[in-house]
Design a protein around this ligand. Structure first.
Ligand code: UDP
Ligand code: MG
Length: 316
């Protein structure tokens, strides 16, 4: 199969018939073999009914329904797991992304050997309250990730070589950072494609203003997890041991100083009368605590698979 189109959706009943129709027209025109994976992220409207109807007579449409709203990342992740196409394309359900971009995205993956192609909504049809924080978000992400050629990390329209999506796990709010996850998984050929963007046709946006704070915390956490996630002991352990050693050497120095002054018969202060002594105690305690935290994080990270578990209610 040439292409899997993965569409995460939450309460998008009005858009789905138009969207699937439009995708189908593009696919037929270019002769692609394809599937459309519609992941219903626990919608409370009639989205799932619409999907069931759309599938009737169209087995290229696959529906996956979550038991509740798990978020866009979770929806993308199960879509990725189900995808069978050589090229996987993600697209929002709200008709803001254009299926007409699919042929060029496909070409870049297959003929230009890109691992990932990310859309750039150069001309956006979103309110300023969204576009300005987005610019800031992208600038921070660019500098922290070292992926300097992307302007629009969070663009819903992206294309991946199959092995890219099979090598990464998207959870929490990570859908904003898939190019970063891909880079960390070793996929370096990341391209950008300027894409058409439309105003939302039906319904309303599903993400509130809190998205950017959450997004920033996620960036910090994936930066941290990406660097130390597999071996938290390397992070906590290093600072812990350093702190411990600082405290230990200060104590040794104080004791040494006291012994010297006893030996010289000169006046001396008790070790416990010196403020430095308390500093060293704190350093030893903090060091031990950090070391133990690293140990616990190490244990937890070996069992941290829970967040990747979803409850799929139905699949057709
Ligand atoms: N979405 C989702 N789960 C959620 C929120 C959103 O699957 O919890 C889907 C939504 O239906 C749409 C896409 O993610 O297909 C992008 O959402 P939206 O259009 O609301 O975001 P915006 O365009 O405002 O950034
Ligand atoms: Mg949208």
């Amino acid at each position: 199969m040439d292409i899997s189109v993965v569409v995460p959706l939450y309460n998008e009943e009005e858009s789905l018939p138009e969207l699937t129709d439009w995708i189908r027209r593009v696919m037929l025109k270019h002769g692609f073999s394809y599937e459309i994976i519609l992941v219903d992220d626990g919608s409370s409207d009639k989205s799932w009914k619409v999907i069931e109807e759309l599938r009737r007579g169209h087995e290229e449409i696959i529906g996956i329904k979550f038991r509740r709203n798990y978020g866009k990342s979770a929806a993308l992740n199960v879509g990725f797991n189900a995808a069978e196409g050589e090229v996987v394309i993600t697209m929002d359900a709200d008709l803001q992304d254009s299926p007409d971009e699919i042929p060029e995205l496909y070409d870049r993956i297959v003929n230009q050997q890109a691992d990932l192609v990310s859309g750039w909504k150069q001309k956006r049809y979103d309110p300023l309250t969204k576009t300005i924080p987005t610019k800031l978000f992208n600038a921070v992400t660019r500098s922290m990730s070292g992926i300097h050629n992307l302007h629009d990390f969070n663009c819903g329209l992206k294309a991946y070589r199959k092995d890219v999506i099979k090598s990464i796990e998207v959870y929490g709010e990570m859908h904003r950072y898939i190019p970063v996850l891909a880079k960390w998984a070793g996929f370096k050929k990341i391209q950008e494609q300027v894409v058409q963007h439309y105003p939302r046709k039906y319904g309303t946006t599903k993400f509130g203003p809190g998205r950017f704070i959450k997004g920033f915390l996620d960036l910090l956490s994936i930066f941290f997890v990406g660097k130390f996630g597999k071996r938290p002991m390397h992070f906590f352990g290093t600072i812990g041991v350093l702190s411990f050693l600082v405290g230990f050497f200060i104590t040794c120095y104080l004791i040494f100083e006291k012994l010297m002054s006893i030996a010289n018969g000169s006046a001396y202060r008790n070790v416990t009368d010196q403020p430095l002594f308390y500093l060293s105690l704190v350093a030893i305690l903090i060091g031990t605590q950090l070391f133990l935290t690293g140990f616990i994080a190490e244990l937890v990270s070996r069992n941290a698979t829970d967040r990747n578990k979803y409850h799929i209610e139905k699949m057709i």
